[in-house]
Design a protein around this ligand. Structure first.
Ligand code: SAH
Ligand code: SF4
Ligand code: F3S
Length: 466
């Protein structure tokens, strides 16, 4: 028997890349590859890259510099190390990578991971390979069924891709170019994956897609199903206690989605709904296709369905032409909504996007100052949100033993880590916890009820003691 070959894979960027990394591991397992945590003993290194901001894509080249050294060391030991660049930088700058980085053997875009074995065979024969074919008709068709071993390793909570690509073309964003147009997986395939995950102990599923609420996969009735209908169907799968989805666009929030939050315990009351800016002028220049008022109305619809629902968002500061008044409108929107958290970024000009041609760039110092002010506001909202949980009894899905002996850690509906002293047989259960204190971002509490012997329980509504 030939010894297994070792694969080291490093992912940057969004959850889609994390998920794709696992797919690449699954695709290469039949070729005899097993994962290794270290670069040094790897026969194959895959960089799964992100192109969203300049900093993210520049990381690739510095990483490749380090890999050149590792490859030379391996060669001196008589081992051949192959280097693959995958992900969105591969898609966007494939030819440049081949030209700039001779250390790279294979460049493969996100639509072509099913060809990795053939591309590696070409590299083994001494060539270099580039595949960024686009678009591919059935980009989900190739996925091998997840193996139970791989699934177990993923624990209690797992991601499942339901949709990929984006047709929105926000003027700052590379995703429509790197991931292509929207494609949704059929309902039956998603159900199969999730049933298998549930059988292996997974209790929480996060459905992922670049524009997840534009989901319109074929349903068992032959019609396209919206995300809300999919959630309703998935809620019936035994063992699945919690459903989440990310990332949503404000323009695609259909009533079926709101109704799923209203009617079912499984869709968690925690929604990531990026808005990017609070200024209508900037939203228009970004081609977001909604106003700040439209966004507020979407938030109100969610809140009308479930009063404990909380939101997170993404913001860009310093988009070309953003004035002090525009930025003030963003601060005003954040103040009005009250977020549980948010990501904020300085605008980064991306080659090939319409915004890259916009002339009225905002000076870096202004962007820095705006970013600090926005982040201070968001941080204060986040800590107010977390502090409000103290004294409340909330459901926690327990995931694993914590670092401190005797402690088990899980997550609340709002993804806050929560620690209790308990035995590890509560792992995989949703149990009510009385929250007693907050340490940095972690909640500490104690179990309210004794754990039931059944592995799966139904979610309780949180009761606020405050
Ligand atoms: N599909 C999601 C997320 C896309 S990327 C959505 O529609 O919101 C994640 C975040 O990165 C975006 O929400 C945006 O805030 C940020 N981002 C994207 N392009 C950017 C750019 N050129 N400069 C700065 N931030 C950017
Ligand atoms: Fe990018 Fe906009 Fe699509 Fe989100 S909706 S992926 S920000 S183009
Ligand atoms: Fe980055 Fe591509 Fe995701 S650009 S954010 S890895 S879709």
């Amino acid at each position: 028997m030939t010894p297994p070959r070792k694969l080291h894979i490093k992912s940057y960027g969004c959850q889609m890349n994390v998920y794709d990394a696992q797919r690449m591991v699954d695709t290469l397992a039949p070729e005899g590859f097993v994962e290794t945590a270290s670069v040094d003993d790897a026969d194959l290194v895959i960089l799964n890259t992100c192109h969203i901001r300049e900093k993210a894509s520049e990381k690739v080249y510095s990483e490749l510099g380090r890999l050149r050294v590792a490859k030379d060391v391996a060669a001196a030991d008589g081992r051949k190390m192959n280097i693959v660049v995958a992900g969105c930088v591969a898609q966007a700058e494939g030819n440049e990578i081949i030209r700039r980085a001779p250390v790279v053997d294979v460049v493969v875009g996100p639509q072509s991971y099913h060809h990795l074995p053939q591309l590696l065979a070409r590299a083994k024969a001494g060539g270099r390979a580039l595949e960024t074919e686009f678009p591919v008709a059935d980009k989900f068709g190739f996925l091998p069924p997840p193996k139970p071993a791989a699934i177990c390793a993923r624990g209690i909570s797992s991601f499942v891709t339901v949709q990929e690509g984006c047709d929105k073309f926000c003027t700052f964003c590379v995703v429509p170019y790197t991931r292509g147009s929207e494609v949704s997986r059929p309902v039956a395939k998603i159900v199969d994956d999730i049933k298998r995950l549930a059988d292996n102990g997974v209790r929480e599923i996060t459905l992922i897609g670049q524009n997840v609420n534009a989901y319109h996969g074929d349903g068992p009735d032959g019609r396209p199903w919206p995300l809300g209908t999919l959630l309703r169907h998935l809620a019936d799968i035994p063992g699945i206690e919690r459903l989440r989805y990310s990332t949503s666009h404000p323009c695609d929030v259909e009533d079926t989605l709101i109704e799923a939050h209203r009617d079912l315990p499984q869709p968690m009351p925690f929604v990531h709904l990026p808005v990017q800016s609070g200024s209508d002028r900037i939203l228009a220049a970004m081609n977001r296709k909604h106003t700040a008022e439209d966004y507020r109305r979407v938030i109100d619809r969610f809140r009308g369905a479930r009063q404990d629902i909380a939101f997170t968002s993404d913001f860009i500061v310093g988009f070309p032409g953003e004035s002090d008044e525009d930025f003030d409108a963003t601060l005003a929107l954040v103040t009005q909504i009250g977020y549980a958290g948010a990501y904020s970024f300085k605008y980064s000009s991306r080659p090939g996007t319409p915004a890259a041609d916009m002339q009225e760039t905002v000076p870096t110092a202004v962007m820095d100052e705006r970013l600090v002010r926005l982040q201070e506001l968001i941080d204060s909202q986040q800590s107010a949100f977390n502090t409000a949980t103290i004294g409340a009894t909330v459901d926690v899905l327990f995931e694993r033993a914590a670092r401190n002996p005797g402690q088990i850690v899980g997550r609340t509906a709002w993804l806050q880590p929560a620690h209790v002293m308990a035995s590890d047989d509560i792992i995989g259960q949703v149990l009510p916890v009385r929250i007693e204190s907050l340490e940095r971002y972690s909640l500490l509490g104690s179990l309210v009820a004794t754990p039931s012997p059944q592995p799966a329980q139904h979610a309780h509504s949180p009761t606020t003691g405050a």
